[in-house]
Design a protein around this ligand. Structure first.
Ligand SMILES: N[C@@H](CCC(=O)N[C@@H](CS)C(=O)NCC(=O)O)C(=O)O
Length: 87
């Protein structure tokens, strides 16, 4: 599991805050939104829109609410992400 984030951006910050509050340790990679590197093909395969946060679990999750529900999930990660996306 790996989290792609940027500390100065609101949406990934919420995910980082949630992870800290839960006492979880998840490896992370900083993606600087101010630099063009986020448009590189290597990041675009993780999120077509080149936005963060992204949580990679074997699948790729792009929604902060879905990501925050993952660790609490009794269902599959995909199901939780889709559910939150639709709410
Ligand atoms: N639906 C996503 C939206 C993520 C999002 O828009 N993140 C912003 C940073 S707060 C971003 O990466 N913006 C760059 C862009 O859209 O080009 C979520 O809720 O997590």
């Amino acid at each position: 599991m790996k989290l792609y984030h940027y500390p100065a951006a609101q949406d990934p910050w919420r995910v980082s805050f949630f992870i800290t509050e839960k006492g979880l340790t998840i490896p992370s990679v900083m993606v600087d939104l101010a630099k063009p590197g986020r448009f590189a093909p290597t990041f675009r395969v993780l999120n077509l829109f080149c936005a963060i946060p992204v949580l990679e679990t074997g699948r790729r999750h792009h929604d902060q609410r879905g990501i925050c529900h993952l660790p609490l999930s009794g269902g599959t990660a995909a199901a939780q992400s889709i559910a939150r996306w639709c709410l």
